[in-house]
Design a protein around this ligand. Structure first.
Ligand code: DP6
Length: 339
């Protein structure tokens, strides 16, 4: 039996992807920008095992067998195999490409709770498939066909997913704009408000938004400028601009979700309390020291410089943790993340 195991990181969007121009190929209406988190903390681990005796492809996610015929899974498995076959154009055959695969994937964080699990999951799956088939080459456009945001998890550090304009999606891929070593002081604190599976998946939510939201059109018209400002802020390590755009982006994403008909609401009272705490903290400090962002769920990702963590975290403990000192917000662990 032959095996390959890889781990894949979560990425957090600071310019959000919300809305597709092509559902099947997963082509976005706008470009997005993200920060990839350190893999020791939140990660997916995927193992692929195969041998000539296996009769079926099979996949298990967090110990539960999933449907291998899922169209997105099939799209990425066949795309990696196709590319690996092309590379062997010299006639040399790679027997692994014909073997049935057993794929085992596990997340060390809540799945489908708005913590970018599909990004880490598909990013890792594509990477592991490439390792298993000995394919070396572009992977982000394949990961994109599993889940849009997954294309950004192929790279570490600071990443842009260019929306592209080609009909076939060939120019819709991710690229690193700066490695994680570029801004080592930038840290992220994740507050897990709930580990429940979200009521509306990102895929379904963004589709209804595209169909019904007027506000989305307005959002899209201003996004290129925002993306350019965000890239400059990252390149110049300008925390204030980075933080302000990140918060406004998150707010706009959730405003667009509320403008969707019927409305989609991902945040809870606790999420709103966290937002208030961040703004009060910044007001007291007369500067922008902390920023928040929320994806399709109630959990908060808070960016700050590492020097700020002890002071801000003590406030979080004071306001959100029970007296007995368990590090929980509504019963779940708070994890401290460093890029
Ligand atoms: C709010 O990548 O999960 O996290 O492409 O349909 O699989 P699909 O959607 P997905 O959407 C992520 C949306 C987001 C914003 C972001 O990560 O950019």
């Amino acid at each position: 039996m032959q095996c390959a195991t890889c781990t894949g990181p979560v990425n957090i969007a600071v310019i959000k992807y919300w809305g597709k121009r092509n559902e099947k190929l997963i082509l976005p209406l706008n470009s997005s920008v993200s920060v990839t988190l350190h893999q020791n903390e939140l990660r997916t681990k995927t193992t692929i095992a195969a041998c000539p005796n296996f009769t079926n492809d099979q996949i298990w996610l967090n110990g539960v067998e999933e449907d291998i015929n899922n169209s997105r899974l099939q799209a990425v498995i066949s795309a990696v195999k196709r590319r690996a076959r092309k590379r062997k154009s010299d006639g040399e055959t790679n027997p692994r490409l014909n073997w049935k695969l057993h794929i085992v994937s596990e997340n060390n964080f809540p799945t489908a709770a708005g913590l970018a699990s599909s990004a880490a999951g598909y990013g890792c799956l594509v990477y592991t498939l490439a390792k298993f088939t000995h394919f070396k080459g572009e992977l982000s456009d394949i990961a994109r066909q599993g889940s849009g945001s997954a294309c950004r998890s192929i790279y570490g550090g600071f990443v842009t997913w260019d929306k592209g304009t080609n009909e076939d999606g060939s120019d819709s891929k991710a690229r690193q704009i700066a490695p994680h070593t570029h801004w080592p002081e930038l840290s992220v604190l994740i507050l897990v408000v709930s580990d429940q599976t979200k009521h509306t998946s990102s895929t379904a939510g963004m589709q209804t938004t595209v169909e019904t939201s007027e506000l989305l059109k307005q959002r899209l018209s201003g996004l290129q400028t925002k993306e350019d400002q965000m890239t400059d802020a990252i390149m110049n390590k300008d925390f204030k601009t980075f933080a302000e755009i990140t918060m406004k982006e998150s707010n706009q994403l959730h405003a667009v979700c509320l403008d969707t008909y019927p409305p989609i609401s991902y945040m809870t009272d606790t999420s709103h309390q966290i937002i208030r705490l961040v703004h009060q903290y910044n007001n007291i400090n007369e500067d922008v020291k902390v920023s928040y962002t929320f994806d399709a769920g109630p959990n908060a990702c808070l960016f700050m410089l590492d020097s700020e963590i002890p002071r801000f975290f003590s406030l979080v403990k004071h306001f959100f943790l029970p007296e007995n000192g368990h590090s929980t917000v509504q019963g779940l662990p708070i994890t401290e993340q460093t890029l």
